[in-house]
Structure formats: structure tokens, C-alpha cells
Design a protein around this ligand. Structure first.
Ligand code: EPU
Length: 423
């Protein structure tokens, strides 16, 4: 298992390109199951979760080709299996995204029920309830969701709470249903909108994506297309926080500043000077230490839970006291104990991390527990005294494309070492 070793104390300066969004690429790859024609997806990030999704599609019979620029071509006309096994779903919960497309196009799906995970229990009851309302027969047996349907039928689905992959699964299923589906209290995340745009390019009739009510008029079939994934707003936000914490100045290219309003507002409150045009963001901190901020996570357009850990790390070295309240997941603070081991004065009270910033963190061996928690530990390492070893970085490789290369380009002292060399 690889580790990252980070020598702290070097402000970030320079320019990097932002990759395609993981959380848009995953549902869009699943959406290819809705057609027998070839779908080509561009700007796919090179990440473990993408490899896992390709493995999942491949074992069901998808024909996949990929070029060196990560353009992926998927053709499912010979699909022979409608099965997502536990071994894959347990490593990547987003595998649940094949459920809606398989059921809508092939009339059956056997998908392992995802278990709990490092950030909470994360049930999928709303995905299943929605599909049942559309006429699917669903039984959970032996840890598997066994779903069948002749043709799904349109339905009015009022979601009890906002769920991103739940909205995506149901929207995909509804594209081939008989009649109109209305999803109320739908997720408004940009990745839901990107999926809807791709589905529309494939011939789906969808209105309202990006609002809390989505209308889907079912069609008989979808066709192939070539779709380019939108830039990753969470990767963008993570590098902006890294620059702010180190007192540096960076430019992000090929990003989408309009998707980062809540994050940019909090970084400005922390003292960062930020300017942008449609595709680039420049952040300047001019060697200043950030001011602590108060943050409450909520579904889009609120402050994203996927940026919570990074802001917790920033508050740990900021001037003053700050609070970070997590409202989306029940247990997304595994990074707090690791930050404490680096000398952070941060404590948890219920779902709030309360911190009083210290001028500098100390290096320590720390362990990544989930994707965004790992990112926060790398950020902490960038400002810690000495050299921080971050273990279990396979979590980072799930969601950040070549993180050590991008940070090195920005002047960080960071290297990847296979663990065997450290023992
Ligand atoms: N929930 C239920 N029942 C359901 C579905 C969700 O109770 O049937 C609850 C969850 O337990 C959670 C809340 O609803 O408390 C919101 O979860 P949501 O379903 O929106 O999360 P998700 O779709 O599983 C996606 C992203 C996450 C991101 C969340 C929130 C993908 C592949 N994953 O997860 O991304 O944190 O939305 O924005 O899109 C990450 O990239 O690090 C990551 C975890």
C-alpha cells in the first residue's frame, strides 16, 4: 500500500489543470447501460473509481476501449450479465448506479447492497422505494438487491431527503419508462445536471435538472453519443484550500468557478483574494494566515460536504476559532482525530468540529480513512513542521488524479512511496 510523504512549509505557487468530475463520470458511465449504441465519454479522470466502474461494466459484457487521453468508448450491445457483485460494490458504493439503468433497459438487475462505510450508514432505501413506485419488483436476499420489471412506468416520486445518486438512479430509470416521472425534492448538484445533459444528448426527454423538480418523459430507446464530463468542483476546491492554507497563490485552469460559489465565499471570508473568468480561478493569499470560518454543510447550492474535511484542516491553522457543522452524513469526522495527532486544537461536539487555530501543525504519521478525510491530511501535511507520512492513500487515488504530481507542479515537496520501502 502506497504512502505519501510530505515535507511541510512550502507555499503553493503556479498553475494546474483541473480534471473531469469523478461524481459525474461515474453515473455517466452507468448511463451507457441504457443504450445498445456506442457512447464515448471524454475528460474522464484517471482514478481508481473509474477503473472499478470499467471493471464492473466489463464483467457484465460491455465492450470498452480507452485511449491515452482517457476517452472511453462503451458499447453494451452484447451485455450478458446484469450483476454487480459484493466484491466490487463494497469497494465503491457508486456501483449502485447500475441498478436503475439495468432495470430500465434489460428488465432485471442483481446488485449487492452496499454496506455501511467510513462516513455513515448510507442506506439506499430511497433508490429502492422510487423504483418500486415505478413498478419494479424488488427483494433483498442474501445481501443482494434482486430487481425485475417488465417496463417501468412513470410515477410521481417525492424524495424524503435530498440524495444525489438516488436522484441519478431514478432519473436514469425514468428515461425508458412508460409515461412521465416527476422527481420532487431532487438533488440539484451540478453532477446531476451533467448526467441529465448526457442523457438528453442520448435522446432522453428531461426538464428541470438543476432545480428541485425534475420531469422525465419516458422514451422507447436511447442512442449513442459523445459526451464531455464537466470539471471537478471538489478537486478545484481542494487545491484552492491548499493554496490558502500555505499562504500561496495559484491559478486553476479548465474549471467551472460558477459551481463553487459557496466555497469561494468562505475562502474570501478566510482572507483569500479570488478572481475568475468562466474557466479559470486565481487565488492569492500573499503569505497571510487564513482567518477561521464557520461552515454548515448542506446539499447544493449549499456548502458541499465533500469540502468539509479540507475546511476543518484549514481552520486548524487559521487565526481564531471556527466551527464546521456536518449536516449531510452522520459520521464524517474521522480526520479530526488524525488532525489532533498533528497538534491541532480541534474537538467534536455532536456534528460540529470546533477549532482554535494554531500557527503550525507538527508532522506525524497519519492514516487516511476516506477520500476527503485523506485530502485534508495531505493539506495539513503541507503546512506541518517536518515530514508527514499519510498512510492508506488508496482512498486519495479514488478521487484525486495524480495528486502528488499536481502538488509538485505547485511547489510542494511530496512523494509517493510504496509502503514496503518504509517498513
Ligand atoms: N440517504 C438515505 N437513503 C437513501 C439515500 C441517501 O438515507 O436512499 C442519506 C445518506 O445516508 C446521507 C444523505 O442521504 O446521509 C445524502 O446522501 P446522498 O445519497 O446524497 O449521497 P450519495 O449519493 O451516496 C454522493 C456523492 C458523495 C457526496 C454525496 C453528497 C457520488 C458517487 N457520491 O453520494 O461523494 O458526498 O453525494 O453530496 O456522487 C465523495 O466524492 O467523496 C463522496 C462521498
Amino acid at each position: 500500500m502506497d504512502k505519501l510523504i510530505i515535507q511541510g512549509g512550502f507555499p503553493l505557487h503556479g498553475e494546474i489543470n483541473i480534471s473531469g468530475a469523478k461524481n459525474a463520470a461515474l453515473p455517466i458511465l452507468a448511463a451507457t447501460l441504457l443504450t445498445d449504441e456506442t457512447v464515448t465519454v471524454s475528460n474522464v479522470p484517471h482514478l481508481h473509481d473509474i477503473t472499478t466502474t470499467m471493471g464492473l461494466l466489463g464483467r457484465m459484457g460491455s465492450e470498452l476501449t480507452i485511449d491515452e487521453r482517457m476517452n472511453i468508448e462503451v458499447n453494451n450491445h452484447n451485455l450478458r450479465d446484469y450483476f454487480a457483485p459484493y466484491e466490487l460494490v463494497k469497494t465503491m458504493r457508486a456501483s449502485i448506479l447500475v441498478l436503475g439503468p439495468l432495470l430500465a433497459h434489460y428488465g432485471r438487475a442483481d446488485v449487492s447492497l452496499p454496506g455501511g462505510c467510513a462516513i455513515g450508514s448510507r442506506p439506499v432505501n430511497l433508490h429502492l422505494d422510487g423504483l418500486k413506485s415505478m413498478g419494479a419488483e424488488i427483494h433483498v436476499e442474501g445481501g443482494y438487491i434482486r430487481a425485475t420489471a417488465n417496463r417501468l412506468r412513470g410515477a410521481k416520486l417525492t424524495m424524503d431527503l435530498v440524495t444525489v445518486t438516488g436522484t441519478e438512479n431514478l432519473m436514469m430509470a425514468a428515461t425508458l419508462a412508460d409515461g412521465m416521472t416527476i422527481i420532487e425534492n431532487a438533488a440539484r448538484e451540478p453532477e446531476v445536471v451533467d448526467l441529465a445533459r448526457c442523457l438528453i444528448q442520448m435522446g432522453a426527454k428531461i426538464e428541470g435538472a438543476g432545480t428541485d423538480t425534475i420531469f422525465i418523459h419516458g422514451v422507447d430507446k436511447l442512442h449513442g453519443t459523445h459526451y464531455t464530463i464537466l470539471p471537478d468542483r471538489i478537486e478545484s476546491g481542494t487545491y484552492l484550500v491548499a493554496a490558502a492554507m500555505t499562504g500561496g497563490s495559484i491559478k486553476l485552469k479548465n474549471t467551472r468557478p460558477q459551481l463553487l460559489d459557496a466555497v469561494i465565499a468562505k475562502l474570501r471570508e478566510a482572507g483569500a483574494e479570488i478572481s475568475h473568468d468562466d474557466t479559470n480561478i486565481v487565488l492569492e493569499m500573499n503569505n497571510r494566515r487564513p482567518e477561521a470560518v464557520n461552515v454548515h454543510t448542506s446539499p447544493f447550492p449549499g456548502f458541499p460536504t465533500d469540502m468539509q474535511a479540507q475546511f476543518t484542516a484549514m481552520n486548524c491553522i487559521a487565526k481564531g476559532s471556527g466551527t464546521i457543522t456536518e449536516n449531510v452524513f452522520e459520521n464524517r469526522f474521522m480526520h479530526v482525530q488524525e488532525l489532533q495527532r498533528m497538534g491541532a486544537r480541534v474537538r467534536l461536539e455532536g456534528n460540529t468540529a470546533i477549532s482554535r487555530g494554531v500557527k503550525q501543525l507538527n508532522s506525524a504519521p497519519v492514516m487516511a480513512t476516506d477520500l476527503r478525510a485523506s485530502a485534508s491530511l495531505v493539506l495539513a501535511g503541507l503546512v506541518a513542521k517536518g515530514s508527514t507520512v499519510v498512510d492508506r492513500i488508496y482512498h486519495i487515488d479514488r478521487g484525486y488524479e495524480t495528486i502528488e504530481e499536481k502538488l509538485t507542479l505547485l511547489g510542494a515537496k511530496i512523494k509517493r512511496v510504496p509502503s514496503a520501502l518504509l517498513n
